[in-house]
Ligand binder design. Structure first.
Ligand code: GSH
Length: 219
């Protein structure tokens, strides 16, 4: 392989899928290495000693970690089909909202399953607040990036996991009634070939979530 691109990932990881999607949108050939996160490979630990997490991109022997950093690296290295907008202000905004997803929406959503009763109600309220912000941001647009899929849309792929997970959750947060624009966006994304190739199999994902829940109960 001329470019020697390797991606260490895990099938159920939305962060890994972000990177796969970017590589596919740009048509970059790569070798995919599936990690067993309960028994991480010595290569992953050697290449990503700080976080010890997937995804990890290795390009010509050099490792790059953290999905959003990897997306920027890919965009700067392979210039075709740009992911980030050209205008510096628009670029800053795309980065701002991707950070919002990782630093606000994701940590708050993760707390839904870790809480009960009144506390859980409050957490759900907070998640709705963040989702409404994103619903409003997307209103009137085809994609977060504008007319075609871009960096922010790739970062927001987390919604797929959210809504597949919801089918088997007691708490229904991301519903089509409350978030019609986000649902329309999901439909549009699912028509893109590169996205189709990155979608996880629903039943397999459900089984995975159930096994995670059971493992956390028995701790
Ligand atoms: N901020 C990281 C998050 C990556 C992440 O949380 N990866 C998880 C899989 S979804 C992982 O590798 N977990 C293994 C561990 O925490 O030991 C990114 O954007 O790449």
């Amino acid at each position: 392989m001329a470019e020697e691109v390797k991606l260490f990932g895990m099938w159920a990881s939305p962060f890994s899928r972000r990177v796969e999607l970017a590589l596919k949108l740009k048509g970059i050939p790569y070798e995919y290495i599936e990690e067993d996160l309960s028994n991480k490979s010595s290569l992953l630990l050697q290449y990503n000693p700080v976080h010890k997490k997937v995804p990890l991109l290795v390009h010509k022997g050099k490792p790059v970690a953290e999905s959003l950093v990897i997306l920027e690296y890919i965009d700067e290295t392979w210039k075709n089909n740009p992911l980030l907008p050209e205008d510096p202000y628009d670029r800053a905004m795309a980065r701002f909202w991707a950070k919002f997803i990782d630093e606000k929406l994701l940590p708050t959503s993760a707390r839904i399953g870790q809480s009960t009763g009144k506390e859980q109600e409050q957490v759900i309220e907070e998640v709705h607040h963040h989702l409404k912000t994103l619903e409003n941001l997307l209103k009137g647009k085809e994609f977060f990036a504008g007319h075609s899929i871009g960096y922010m849309d790739i970062a927001a792929n987390i919604f797929f996991w959210f809504y597949v997970n919801e089918e088997i959750s007691e708490t229904k947060v991301l519903t089509a009634q409350k978030y019609p624009t986000i649902y329309e966006w999901i439909k549009k994304l699912k028509n893109i070939d590169a996205v189709k190739e990155c979608l996880v199999e629903k039943e397999k994902f459900h089984r995975f979530i159930i096994s995670l829940r059971e493992a956390s109960k028995s701790k």
